[in-house]
Design a protein around this ligand. Structure first.
Ligand code: UTP
Length: 293
């Protein structure tokens, strides 16, 4: 049986500049895809993978995320009084009862690697843990992407990184992996390159926002100095893990990824979920067709 991935880290301390001015006050992770904020999709995926401890790496502007997962006494009392049972159930089930949230802060946005390092006191060194970047929303009818990866990590006793094929001309927007030959959907990574020019890219397999990492990554992160963009990069620490004989697999997950860190990705995700909703599908279809005309 696959051991569940108990702890999942959500680095949400970035500045979200691509959604300014909204992100002056609204955390990017609270932007809705239909009626659910991005962070809810990410948390659901972590819980699906077996997580019971969710670690949010936040900053002083992201209180709304903690508020969202907190109990809303006044709202719940009002909904109960008005017998709005369906809505009451909706607000009471944003988080299953057995799941706890821990909030740690990243005092300065020094990079994704630095944000993950902030979770060390909660995660510890002894067990593998998951990382989800909520702005990569991954939808799958069956098991979520992180659950698929947790199974591979357990079966192969390895770290696992989610990858997706991207057009060759886009390799300079992603971390790109060089791998051995694939077995099924997974392949052992021998090195990673951050944002290579298409001519220099070893493949077109791009890293997307899901990781299952061993606890010892924290020590490597502590030793990592600022890299690309002056930031402490998670990619650099993983690359050192690979050089030190660590086994890390690239996994081509089943599912559709929406890059909701970009405007077009957020719009695509919204249209996707609206077309799946029987109450909205016809009207949205018509609106999209009219927009094209
Ligand atoms: P992004 O590169 O998407 O940056 O970070 P961003 O600040 O969120 O958004 P833009 O590009 O300015 O619009 C990738 C992930 O890493 C987290 C972000 O919150 C996001 O989940 N991150 C990044 C941190 O938590 N801390 C950092 O110092 C940097």
């Amino acid at each position: 049986m696959t051991k569940p991935l108990r702890k999942v880290v959500f680095p949400v301390a970035g500045l979200g500049t691509r959604f300014l001015p909204a992100t002056k006050v609204v955390a990017k992770e609270m932007l809705p895809v239909l009626d659910r904020p991005l962070i809810q999709y990410a948390v659901d995926e972590a819980v699906d993978a077996g997580a019971d401890t969710l670690i949010f790496v936040t900053n002083r502007y992201k209180h709304a995320i903690a508020d969202y997962f907190d109990k809303a006494y006044e709202l719940e009392a009002k909904l109960a009084e008005k017998r709005k049972d369906e809505l009451l159930a909706l607000v009471q089930t944003v988080l299953p009862k057995h799941v706890r949230c821990v909030f740690v802060t990243q005092p300065e946005a020094l990079g994704l690697g630095h944000a993950v390092l902030m979770a060390k006191p909660v995660v510890g060194n002894d067990e593998p843990f998951g990382v989800i970047l909520p702005d990569d929303l991954i939808w799958n009818e069956g098991p979520g992407a992180l659950r698929q990866m947790a199974k591979v990590a357990h079966d192969e006793d390895a770290g696992v990184i989610a990858v997706e094929e991207v057009p060759h001309e886009d390799t300079d927007k992603y971390g790109i992996v060089a791998t051995d030959e694939a077995k099924g959907r997974s392949a052992r990574i021998h090195h990673m390159v951050e944002k290579p020019k298409p001519a220099d890219a070893p493949s077109n397999l791009a890293v997307v926002g899901r990781y299952v990492l061993p606890g010892r990554i924290f020590q490597l992160l502590e030793e990592t100095t600022p890299g690309a963009g002056g930031e402490i990069q998670l990619t650099d620490a993983i690359d050192r893990l690979l050089k030190g004989d660590g086994k890390v697999l690239a996994h081509r997950f089943e599912g559709t990824r929406f890059d909701c860190g970009s405007k077009v990705g957020l719009v695509k995700a919204t249209i996707h979920f609206a077309l799946k909703d029987p109450k909205l599908a016809a009207a949205v279809h018509e609106a999209v067709a009219a927009g094209r005309a």
